[in-house]
Design a protein around this ligand. Structure first.
Ligand SMILES: Cc1cc2nc3c(=O)[nH]c(=O)nc-3n(C[C@H](O)[C@H](O)[C@H](O)COP(=O)(O)OP(=O)(O)OC[C@H]3O[C@@H](n4cnc5c(N)ncnc54)[C@H](O)[C@@H]3O)c2cc1C
Length: 337
């Protein structure tokens, strides 16, 4: 497993629950910084299913029931939804800490963690993937899982195509002190002529924000949601990420698999990044375990995983396009998508 983020940890948890040996390589010491503090309600039943819902226990104070959004003009509150058990609620949580807890669960279940350890190259013998060269030496493996995030490490090494379905999109993100127009329990999504801003309270004094412009350029480094009246200045430096909508075309094949952002990236408005990392990891773990006991029919299993992921990608990109189409100022941006 290359990477110990949510995708790598979820794959390791599924593989361990299904009796496979797992080694996780993680290049950074944890907790490491990661954007993406708002998690949708669906993460809870998923983590419950795999017996690791305790990672959410610390965050029971930080639930949200909906989003304040100005997408359709004036600011209004949109509830997340409900069922017979009541109102659905998402989570705000410090991602670095959440990711560390999930990785601890994988280790508790028996995964071996090498940290810090960086994957350097893929070992291939007689046309077959047989392991990895790492900063700590060679490791043999029957299956290599890329969970290393949006730089698509394995796709680059194996020459797998990465299909882009949007123009270049860049997001700036950072942290601010909450100001007088404070973001309380629920996140705020604010649009203007140039782009959108997402603001999430992560404790009583601080909010995490993400800003994306519609024209593909990056907001200046000193930008802060103070521009929208929501904060009193940034804490630390803001960072940026390429959030162009893209997916690896053959995300699973003989001896390898891509999960999480290593397989699919969409801009953060989709709010599914961590959910997709978890689901693709659990799904990949199940597929690898099934493949291990089969002599034939592995290609069918691999293509089922690829189709499942690609259909999800298409559905989410369609929904994002529909959402963006409702804004008059992004019509030309969409025309080029
Ligand atoms: C600005 C922004 C805001 C976002 N907001 C949200 C949000 O509100 N909600 C949400 O659900 N999602 C959000 N996302 C998306 C979310 O952050 C990602 O989808 C999620 O982190 C993907 O998890 P992952 O495990 O695939 O990758 P990552 O979390 O990126 O983990 C990859 C790990 O691999 C390690 N690694 C990389 N290369 C190597 C190597 N060669 N060897 C060993 N280890 C390696 C890295 O150190 C890292 O720990 C946001 C993204 C951005 C950019």
């Amino acid at each position: 497993m290359i990477g110990g983020g949510p995708a790598g940890a979820a794959t390791a948890i599924a593989c361990r629950r299904l009796g496979l040996h797992v080694i996780i390589l993680e290049a950074l010491e944890f907790p490491r910084a990661r954007p993406g503090e708002s998690l949708p309600p669906a993460v809870e039943p998923l983590l419950q299913h795999w017996g690791v819902e305790s990672v959410l226990r610390e965050y029971s104070w930080s639930r949200y029931e909906g989003i304040w959004s100005s997408w359709d003009g004036s600011m209004g509150f949109q509830r997340l939804g409900s069922d017979e058990r009541g109102q659905w609620r998402g989570w705000h949580l410090p991602r670095g800490e959440f990711d560390m807890r999930l990785l601890e669960q994988a280790c508790f279940l028996g995964a071996v963690l090498l940290q810090p350890c960086r994957a350097l190259s893929v070992a291939i013998r007689e046309g077959k993937i047989v392991g990895l060269q790492t900063s700590e030496g060679a490791i043999e493996a029957k299956f290599v899982v890329d969970a290393s995030g949006g730089r698509h490490w394995l796709a680059g090494k194996l020459g797998l195509g990465v299909k882009k379905v949007s123009p270049l999109l860049l997001a700036r993100f950072g942290y601010s002190k909450i100001g007088s127009l404070s973001v309380k329990a629920n996140p705020v999504l604010q649009t203007d002529d140039m782009g959108w801003t997402w603001m999430t309270p992560i404790d009583k004094d601080r909010l995490a924000w993400t800003r994306m412009r519609f024209d593909g350029t990056l907001e200046a480094a000193g930008w802060s949601p103070g521009e929208c009246g929501y904060d009193e200045g940034n804490e630390g430096n803001s960072l940026s990420a390429d959030v162009t909508w893209r997916c690896v075309e053959r995300s699973m094949g003989p001896g390898y698999c891509c999960v999480g952002d290593a397989a699919v990236v969409l801009d953060p408005l989709s709010s599914h990044g961590v959910l997709r990392a978890l689901m693709s990891g659990f799904m990949a773990g199940q597929t690898i375990a099934k493949g291990g006991v089969r002599r034939a029919g592995k290609e069918k299993l691999f293509s089922e995983y690829r189709n499942w992921l690609s259909e999800w990608f298409q559905r989410d990109s369609f929904e994002l396009k529909t959402l963006y189409r409702r804004l008059p100022n992004v019509a030309s941006w969409l025309a080029s998508a």
